[in-house]
Design a protein around this ligand. Structure first.
Ligand code: UT7
Length: 329
């Protein structure tokens, strides 16, 4: 038995921030951002709204596609590093919005790898045969933790959400998945304030500890190696190559990272999905948004083999091979 994705949905806020807008208040240019990252624009959520809002909108799309009876959902996994609040979990807020009966859920923190960690958790829960309909959401309101005076980070991220429904299947779904963590990378991408170590205070605010900090060059190198190594392993043990793989969907953090990784894997251009130009890095939302884009553009059809891979803060990383199970018509 496989754990199969049976419906997908995404939500992007309407408010578009173009690279050129950053030129007004930062020492940067549209040209630098485009050439170093591939990003052209990103979305920003309106003030007063939060991650649960975007997650609910993405789930509503997923429900509509297959006319899902939401009360059959038995678990909600929300991958995010920007929950509405530290507690209660965003999963509880989503359950309450839909008033789902007999369901449990939780938030999962694995930064940019969050969606893959959520998907593999759903895979194990489905294989336990205890759970039959699991929603996995990747959502992040990165604008809530960005320092807009820091050109190293503020230009990189965007807001968004993507959601999938995971159900048992005899023929389609997750064929293989491998994940990893290495906490020695924690000093290169992190947010020091707001947790139990540096509780919010005048000092943490003054020192801007409630914002994302990143050593981009170090993360860049680890991201290429991390995604290449683990994807190569998955490809080798499942006889996957550039002839039988339909689509490679990597976490959208930097176009150069995706190109470098896919070139090392000897994949062809048309096998690689890139949408970072439109949305920037949406952290846990990037992969489910990309899956949703691939479906909307009919880039994948039933029986196609696809690979999802991610790398992010922690460090965390992973790769997942699927036999796609949703028909494209
Ligand atoms: O999603 C989670 C994982 N995150 C990632 O995978 C991100 C990985 N890292 C990256 O994508 C890239 O490292 C960045 C896009 C963040 C930076 O690109 P880079 O080619 O690695 O640049 P760099 O950090 O080595 O900086 C090169 C120069 C520096 O100037 P100096 O020191 O050479 O004078 C930076 O200060 O570019 C400068 N710079 C900028 N210039 C204009 C950094 N940010 C900007 C900017 N505009 N926004």
């Amino acid at each position: 038995m496989y754990a199969n994705i049976t419906s997908v949905g995404k939500f992007l806020p309407k408010n578009i921030i173009k690279n050129s807008e950053f030129e007004n208040f930062l020492d940067t240019t549209d040209e630098w951002i485009k050439s170093r990252t591939g990003i052209e624009e990103r979305r920003k959520l309106d003030p007063g709204k939060a991650s649960s809002y975007m997650a609910i909108k993405a789930i509503e799309k997923l429900i509509k596609k297959i006319k899902l009876d939401i009360h059959q959902v038995d678990c909600i996994i929300v991958s995010t590093i920007t929950p509405d609040m530290v507690f209660p979990s965003t999963a509880c807020l989503i359950q309450n919005y839909f008033k789902i009966k007999n369901c449990w859920g939780f938030d999962l923190s694995a930064a940019c790898s969050g969606f893959l960690f959520g998907l593999e958790t759903a895979n194990a829960l489905i294989k336990s045969k205890i759970y039959k309909k699991i929603i996995v959401v990747g959502v992040d309101t990165m604008s809530s933790i960005l320092d807009y005076q820091d050109r190293n980070t503020s230009i990189l991220f965007g807001d968004g959400a993507g959601a999938v429904l995971v159900e048992p299947s005899k023929n389609y779904g997750i064929i293989d998945c491998e994940l990893g963590v290495d906490g020695s990378g924690s000093e290169f991408l992190f947010m020091p304030g707001g947790g139990s170590l540096n509780k919010t205070s005048e000092k943490t605010l003054k020192n801007k500890m409630h914002y994302v900090k990143q050593n981009g060059a170090v993360v860049f190198k680890h991201a290429v190696k991390g995604m290449y190594d683990i994807t190569k392993k998955i490809m080798l043990r499942n006889d996957i190559n550039n002839k039988n793989l339909k689509l490679f969907i990597a976490h959208q953090a930097n176009k150069r990272i995706i190109e470098s990784t896919s070139q090392r894997l000897k994949l062809k251009k048309e096998q690689v999905l890139i949408n970072i130009n439109k949305y920037a890095n949406t952290t846990a939302a990037s992969i489910p948004i990309a899956i949703s884009d691939a479906c909307d553009k009919k880039l994948i059809k039933k029986n196609d083999k696809i690979i999802l891979t991610a790398f992010g803060a922690g460090f965390t990383w992973g790769s997942c091979l699927l036999k796609w199970g949703i028909s494209s018509d």
